[in-house]
Design a protein around this ligand. Structure first.
Ligand SMILES: *Cc1c(COP(=O)(O)O)cnc(C)c1O
Length: 374
């Protein structure tokens, strides 16, 4: 008798299941902790300041309207984004978290025989999308855990359809700047779509934000994906957007679900765009938190990867301290602190820590000191 796996598409059974940051309630149940509020989660790069208050107010106001289907064209959201980003509404698409954008790109551009070019330690979802579309991955070594764009150019083959650039990159917390991107764009062949995944871009000082939207306005083969999950604090709602030339948006539109983004998410996202105070507070908290964590890691003799977004890779294993990242992840979890183990990414010596509030960061540092020196 055939099994489901026999019937399934080739290679699906061999895919690793994505291991997300563990939910607080799940860890509380497992550890038998009565009060989930005593657990802190620094594992999914969420906004430690919480949901945008303007978004909360807007959602309260919209709660009674949820018997209606959402606006499948996301008119008001696109209008709000177009004005801010100086794009046409036809150059924008609303998506159910930017992960959906990556999947839509797969549906449109990938298939058997095609490949995607990505950096070795770039966002792992690109691999899952490629595998799901039965395409190959060309995995390009990084330089100091940073995208090596010249090497990625070299790695492009006639079968390459998409180059993914996660910028800033999760999980390494590094980025490539506008000048490096410009040199890449000068040489990238015409048969390739370059996707800049900019999930953290709003956290960068404006002068550090590469102007990739310019390529969209110029009609280059560029797709920019962004999200409300991180800086705007709406990860639970699942909403993001794509900026790309209109022809590309039109193709992506054909493969999405008619109501891919829910009505509550759109209401919240529009309000969050206006919440400049929440964004400014978030940026300030992240800068301050990164400074603090880097100082403390140095003081503990831990190496880390200098970070630009709201998370940092810290190396917990070394000759002097042979403590693998997963061990540290487990030990911290027993102390009610959830971080992310990195062995799934091929970085077993590290844990990834999301920048939290001052209190959360201090708790993490105390726990790390106990673990590593005790
Ligand atoms: C968090 C993240 C995303 C966004 O995910 P959503 O689906 O929008 O929640 C996309 N890319 C990278 C690199 C990320 O870290």
């Amino acid at each position: 008798m055939k099994t489901f796996s026999d019937i399934a598409n080739e290679g699906i059974g061999k895919l690793a299941t994505y291991e997300p940051g563990r939910p607080i309630e799940e860890v509380a149940r497992e550890l038998g902790i009565e009060d989930p509020a005593s657990i802190i989660k620094l594992a999914s790069n969420e906004n430690a300041l919480g949901t945008s208050p303007k978004a909360v107010a807007a959602m309260r106001g919209a709660a009674t309207e949820m018997y209606r289907y959402p606006d499948g064209g996301a008119y008001y959201l696109k209008q709000a984004l177009a004005g801010r980003l100086k794009l046409e509404e036809t150059q924008l698409l609303h998506v159910n978290g930017s992960n959906e954008a990556l999947e839509l790109l797969g549906h449109v551009f990938l298939g058997p025989g095609a490949n995607v070019v990505m950096a070795e330690y770039a966002f792992i979802v690109y691999r899952l999308i490629a595998a799901g579309c039965r395409s190959d991955v060309v995995s390009v070594p990084m330089r100091e855990l940073t995208h090596d764009l010249p090497a990625m150019l070299e790695a492009i083959t006639p079968d390459t359809r998409i180059v993914f650039v996660s910028n800033p990159n999760n999980p390494t917390g590094t980025m490539v700047d506008g000048a490096e991107i410009e040199r890449f764009m000068d040489k990238v062949p015409d048969h390739v779509v370059t996707c800049f995944d900019e999930a953290y871009v709003e956290l960068l000082p404006p002068e550090m934000q590469p102007d990739t939207l310019r390529y969209v306005r110029e009609g280059r083969k560029v797709v920019v994906t962004r999200t409300f999950s991180k800086t705007f604090g709406l990860a639970g709602l699942r909403i993001g957007y794509v900026a790309a030339p209109a022809e590309c948006i039109s193709l992506l539109n054909r493969v999405r679900q008619p109501f891919n983004v829910n009505a509550m998410a759109m209401v919240a996202a529009i309000a969050a765009l206006d919440d400049t105070e929440h964004v400014a507070n978030t940026v300030a908290m992240v800068r301050d938190g990164l400074d603090y964590l880097e100082r403390e890691f140095l003081d503990m003799g831990l190496s880390y990867v200098p970070a630009v977004a709201n998370f940092i890779l810290v190396e917990t294993a070394s000759a002097a301290r042979p403590t693998a990242g997963r061990k540290v992840f487990e030990a911290l979890q027993r102390k009610g602190i959830i971080v992310r183990a990195m062995d799934g990414y091929g970085l077993p010596a590290y844990v990834r820590v999301t920048v939290g509030t001052r209190d959360e960061n201090e708790r993490l540092v105390r726990a790390l000191r106990e673990l590593l020196t005790g």
